[in-house]
Design a protein around this ligand. Structure first.
Ligand code: HEC
Ligand code: HEC
Length: 211
């Protein structure tokens, strides 16, 4: 562990040289940082909501449970309202003061991939293609009702239909990273599998939003 952190500092001056390599792994690669991790904090399964007979109420309740993940700092740090990512579990704006840049991958000289590589590296959380979610997908500090409406709106969600939203939650590797976030960082509740099952059940019950 100590050696890895130490190696990081060695890396920083040479970081620019690594940029092309850091950004090169396929964005769709699911092999790193995803799947497997389970939080000690529980997340209910879709079956736990079977007793709610009103479908719209059940759907909204499923979303509310999934919201424990959506509003977790592992997700919201990368889905901020503005141009800077956040760090940690509180209100820490990212240090150094990086900016999203034109493409979400940072400005010249401070590209995300300079430090965030293909796998968690010492203190630096990492997964291939690490970058900030577009402004239209900002959830940090928003209500669950807002997040729910945003997720369903193709004008703001990257042109996705509900099926594509379910798929993104199920197998996107940046989503999956949250459950393998590296030493010293807590994952969101439950597992990616349970979270994705909640989102799938929400979608198949009419994707109702909490009030
Ligand atoms: C100069 C190096 C560097 C650059 C460039 C950089 N980061 Fe970071 N980033 C870090 C380090 C180091 C941490 C870990 C800080 C900590 O947890 O104490 C971090 C943490 C984060 C976290 C917090 C993850 C979590 O939930 O704890 C996010 C999100 C993040 N960076 C996003 C970005 C984005 C997006 C970019 C590009 C726009 C970027 N970073 C550019 C070094 C960098
Ligand atoms: C390293 C930054 C990062 C982290 C961490 C991250 N995301 Fe994202 N997220 C993105 C980016 C970038 C996009 C845009 C991808 C695209 O449209 O191709 C995105 C898009 C999404 C979308 C697409 C639709 C929409 O309207 O937002 C969903 C859903 C999503 N993320 C969920 C999550 C969840 C849930 C977590 C935590 C478990 C999470 N993300 C963590 C960067 C991140």
């Amino acid at each position: 562990m100590r050696t890895r952190v130490f190696r990081l500092f060695w890396l920083v001056p040479f970081a620019a040289l690594f940029l092309p390599f850091a950004l090169s792994p396929a964005i769709g690669d699911n092999s790193s940082g995803s799947a497997g991790g389970v939080s000690a904090v529980p997340l209910k399964s879709p079956g736990d909501f079977a007793s709610i007979t009103n479908q719209a109420k059940r759907s909204a309740a499923l979303f509310t449970e999934a919201g424990k993940v959506l509003t977790h700092p592992r997700c919201t740090n990368c889905h901020p309202n503005g141009d800077r990512p956040f760090q940690g579990n509180g209100n820490h704006v990212h240090e150094p003061p990086v900016q999203r840049g034109a493409d979400g991958f940072g400005v010249v000289g401070m590209r995300c991939g300079t430090c965030h590589v293909a796998e968690n590296f010492g203190a630096v959380p990492s997964s291939p293609g690490w970058h900030l979610a577009p402004r239209s997908m900002a959830w940090r500090g928003k209500s669950l009702a807002y997040i729910c409406a945003q997720l369903k709106d193709p004008m703001r969600n990257g042109g996705r239909n509900l099926q594509a939203i379910v798929k993104h939650m199920t197998d996107d590797h940046l989503v999956g990273w949250a459950w393998s976030p590296g030493a010293g960082r807590e994952p969101p509740p439950g597992s990616q599998k349970t979270f994705a099952a909640l989102i799938a059940a929400w979608a198949s019950t009419g994707a109702a939003c909490p009030k």
